[in-house]
Design a protein around this ligand. Structure first.
Ligand SMILES: [Zn+2]
Length: 106
């Protein structure tokens, strides 16, 4: 990779001097923007399910048990009491995943 970089830099300097630096920096900027865009789309699609995919098994929290599950937001302090578990993923708040806490009742 480093061996490919040395003639690449030489070629970029030659093109920059002969034809103008916009021919050097525009492709680099375009490559950076494309890489950032693809990385963002990949991160968005990681958690998403395709439409029509079967839902995760719903496990209802049994009524009368001596424990309850709460989710809390580290950013703003919001707490959510879990009544029915739809997925194993924690809900999001303030752009982050909430933290799970299980309390044992007396
Ligand atoms: Zn929050």
């Amino acid at each position: 990779m480093l061996l490919l970089l040395i003639p690449g830099v030489g070629l970029a300097i030659a093109v920059g001097i002969l034809f103008g630096w916009r021919w050097v920096f525009a492709p680099i900027l375009g490559w950076a923007m494309l890489t950032w865009l693809l990385g963002s789309l990949r991160a968005l699609g990681k958690d998403a399910k395709p439409p029509g995919a079967p839902a995760d098994d719903v496990v209802a929290t049994p009524v009368g048990t001596d424990q309850r599950t709460l989710f809390w937001c580290e950013e703003c302090g919001t707490e959510v009491l879990l009544l029915v578990r739809g997925t194993n993923r924690a809900p999001s708040h303030c752009g982050q995943r909430m933290h799970e806490r299980t309390e044992i009742l007396n």
